[in-house]
Structures are given as structure tokens and as C-alpha cells.
Design a protein around this ligand. Sequence first.
Ligand code: FMN
Length: 633
Amino acid sequence: MPSERFPRLLAGVHVIAAREGTLLTTRTGHYRGPAELHPLLHRISPLLDGRTAESALLAMVPEPRRLAVGRCLDYLEYSGALRREERPRPEDLPDQLLAVADLADPADATPYERCAALLAAAASVSAPADWLPLLDSSLRQLSVRAELSAAPDVLVRIGGTAVALPSDGGRLVEPTGPVERAVIAAAVAAEAVGRFLGRPARPLPAAGALPGLDRSGPRTSADAPLLEAWPTSDQLQALLLDPSTLLPTGQLACERPAAIRPIEADAGPGVPEWLLAVLRCVHVPLRWESGDLAHSGGWAHRGLASARGLYPIELYLVTDTGAWYVEPGELRLLPVSHPASEGSGPAGLGTRFTLVLTARETKVSYRYQRYATRLCLQEAGLALAAIGDAARTTGVEVGEVVELAERGRSGFWGELLDLGPDERPVGRVTLDPFMRFGSRSAIDRHLDLVRRRHSGHRVFNALGADRLGRLGSLPAELAATPDGTLKSYLVVHRPCLDDAGGRWEPGCYRVAEKGLMLVRAGLAPTEQLQRGQDAMGWLAPDYAAASATVIVAAPIGEATADLRRLHAATAAAARVAHRVLLVTAAAGAAGRIHNSMRGDVTAAVTGDARIAALFQLIVGCPGPDGTISVGLG
Ligand SMILES: Cc1cc2nc3c(=O)[nH]c(=O)nc-3n(C[C@H](O)[C@H](O)[C@H](O)COP(=O)(O)O)c2cc1C
């Protein structure tokens, strides 16, 4: 008789119900399983916890279904989604560590020992004094205790594995500021833990090449397409109703431009504290993600959501004495022109503060070609909303203006800001700091909430998520922001609770003057979303595993009349999307913007064929996903 086994679903398994079967993505590849696998897996996944014996699990299944469930386990094991462990999972292993251990070679010995050994080990950390607290705090967030000592080079050793950052590798000698240091320290800590847990080593980024902060590439991608300056109404309709037609079919060979506008200039005046407080919420990396899905071994996420973290929106500060590029991360002001003080030394900061937002198109088009138009407008809207939100919390009077000016150095802004040939103004925020400075605790609370916002890759696939979803104050927030032109919907995928004690059953609800009105009860809208998306194959979200989807739409004619109208409508929708992201974070869930919704799917789900979705956000509570997020600063 074979010994008892304890089946455990591995982290990072993505399952979706597609038209002709179940699509399964695991560490070992893509698999197409039978259609019955998806519903069955959703039913039994809470029991695939590594604690329930296989015999006990099968005993819970009615006799006629046992064979099918046994085969399902065999298939999941074969496809690398499940391990049959020889002993039950110990109680004291943090889920997050286990998820990271799962990313190691699945053929290796059980990961329980690795995690237990990690918890028992103390890391020894030697580094320059200004690195020590950062490394210590990053490791502590990963459940690792550290013994610290000062040294010229960075070295983190846990048991037999070590991660070193030699000073002669250019990493410590570059002009590395406190934010860059914090990001690299987080990456080093995550890498040390990953290696200890058996994950293959990955290269560490140098300060100048940090994902999201790199300034090593060219200012503009020379071979990336420039977008039509003024697309026709038909082109805009395609952009909204069938975006896949504009996406490149294969990998493009365009050069990737630098993430940060590379400027050879010494920093200008210091940024005043009230403005730093605002910019920290928008323009600074707040988390380090080092999962399997993160790009090039890691990803520095800013407070602002950006598709694939390409961050096309640049910020400039313009006052009555000058104009400066606001460098993301360290938030240095780099002079771009000195109208008031030319030839008389560096300008002071002056008064009358305006932040000008530009979109550097090739940062997105090098990868997404003409589809970049949509992403740039969406991100401009999100940035306007996020800056405005943070500024109001800081007690600053704000005026947000959506605009579209010419590209490059032509035009007023182009000359003043020395814009690149692929860069055009997309908006402006005027800030009046002289009203009152908000309370420190309100600002800190806001930054903390922004830090908690994350898109959670696995929100697409929250296998084993709670049966009841958490919506927090989302329904109330949506109801409080009806808009004359926009049409917003909440599609509930599983029974959910809100903050006010309300229970939301599956169905599609429209945001109306009087609150949320039921359009259609039941799971039909969820199924329509799911079916509409499975054309995306392995990348599609699994709506059945999420709590809800928010759709913010506008009448097609209005939104696609011309680019300016689309920009204004997108920015209005972005204000709602931004609130949804923060409210979701406050509820302890994740909200992920994704654009894959086609016009016919929007029409089927909402029952209104005259609208186009400007934003779509999936909300859910993904389980531990094998990525490590490290708080910064
Ligand atoms: C405008 C916009 C469009 C996006 N579109 C998609 C999408 O179509 N599919 C997807 O999987 N994620 C999409 N995302 C999600 C981003 O890729 C996600 O925000 C990114 O992983 C950054 O993570 P963060 O939001 O946690 O910082 C989009 C995000 C934004 C801001």
C-alpha cells in the first residue's frame, strides 16, 4: 500500500476556463486540459493545501466522482501545478516564503526544509553604514533576522549562499541616491532569500539600470513608431473597441529608450517639503517585486500604476523663475531652461507652481506600437488624478488641466521644456501651497495606502481565494462619484461583503444617481467576460477566481469624436479608476487595470452597445504569489 501523500497546489499556477478546455500555466509550461478541470479545481483547491491527506480529500468526494478527482490530481502533478508531499505542511511557514520556495526547481527536495532552515538561520550582512538599515529592514520583511557589520562592500550571506555587491562593479560608486540605494538593498535582500530557498541566481541591477529608474538608454527610441498626432475617429474607435487589431503580432526589435529622461545637468534647487510629499506618492518606487513574472529579475513599482511598468509620463516643474525636469526616484530638479535668470546663476524656485505632464511615446510604442496612444492617455489621466489626490491630502489647492500640445521642441512648452521628438504635453496641475499644510499623519496615511496599492499579478487567478470577496468601501465610493457622461458598472463575480455590512450577490450593477442598480442578476455577466477574454489565451484573467470587475465607460460617439475628447473622457474615467485602486488597497485586496475588453464584450455584459470601456479593473484577493514586495523608505 503506498504511503499517505498530502497534495499541495504550487504558487504561481494560472488556470482559466477557455472555450475548448482548461488552460493551465505552471512553472513547467503551458497545458491544455479538459474543460471539467476548471470547475473541479475551483471546488477542490481549498483542500489542496498540503495539510489534507489525499485519502481524506477523496473520502469527501462522492464515490462516483472519486476516480475523476484522482485523475485530476494526477494531471495537475504531471503538469507541474501540484506536488504530493510526503508529510503534512508545517503550521509555522509563512505563505509568502513557501511561494518563493515553489519557484525553485520543482524536482528538488521538499521546500519545507528550506523555509524552516531560513527561519532558523540568521543572515550576516556587511555593508557601508548607509546600506545597513535598508538591508536589515528588507530582510526583516522577509522573515529573516540579520547580524549587521560595517564594511566597504555589500555582502548578504544566509547559510551557504551569498549575494555580493562589490564597490568596483560600479554599483556603489555611481551617484547612488537614497531611493536608488533602498531599491537595490531590497533587490539584494530578495535575491539572497530567493537563492537560499533554491531559486536560480539572477543578475542584480546596477543603479543606472534599475527597472523603472534606468537612465542608461537613449532619450528616444529611434526606430519605435511615433503615434498619429491626430488619429481619425475610426482609428480611435478601433483603439477602444478592438484594441487587439493595433497590437504588434510578433516581438518588435525596437530599441528600448531610457526609463528616465537622461539629462546631463547638475541638480537645481531643492524640492520643498510639501511638494516632496506629493511626488513621493506618484513618482518614487515604493515596492520591489522579484517574482517569476517580474521583468529582468525584478521590478521597482511606483505609487502610480503603469502598464508593464513602462512609466511613459514625465513630470516638469514650472514656476515664475524656471523650469525643471523632475527626476523620478530621487526627485531631483534638473534644469531644462532658465527664462528668468539666464546668465545670472542658478534660479531660485520662485512661486506659482505648475507641474506639466508629458508623455514620452516611444517608451510605450517601442513595445506596443500604435496601441501606445491609449496607454499614454490612460496613464496621463491616472497621473493627474494621483497628483491631485496626493496634493489635496497635503493641504494644497489644486487645479488639474487635461491638454494636448504639439510634440517635440515646437510650441511654447516644447521650447521651454526642451521636449524630445517623441514627447508631448498631456496635462498640467497648478499647485497653491499657501492655503495650509495638511497634517503630517494624513499625508503619511495617504502614502501608506498608495504603498499598499498593487496590481497583484495573481489577481487574474486567485485559486483558493476566500469564497466571500471583500469590496470594502468600493460600492459606496462608486455611488458617490456618478458622472453625467461616464457610465460605470460593477460586475460581481462571487458573493462579496462591503464595509457597510452589505452583501453583494453575483450580477451586473450600474452606477446611477440613486446608487448601484442591478442590471442583471447571476453569473451570466461573469461568464460573458470570461468567454470574451479567452481569445487572449494564456494571458486572460480568470474572472471566476476574482471578486468583481469595475467598468468605466463612455458613449462611443462622444469618446471618439476626436483625440482631445477621448483624452478628456479618459482623464475623467481615470479619476474613478484611481479611486478604485486605492479603495481596493484599503480593503486589503488588489485591483488590476487591464485593457483587454473588446467592444462586443462590453455591450454583452452591460447590455449597452453604445458605450466603450475606458478603464476596466479586476478586483480580487490573490493568494501569495511567489513575489516579494519590499517597502521602501
Ligand atoms: C493603463 C494601464 C493598462 C493596463 N493594461 C493591462 C492589460 O491589458 N493586461 C494586464 O495584464 N495588465 C494591465 N495593466 C496592469 C499593469 O501591467 C500593472 O499595473 C503593472 O503590473 C504594474 O504593477 P502595479 O500596478 O502593481 O505597480 C495595465 C495598467 C495600466 C495602468
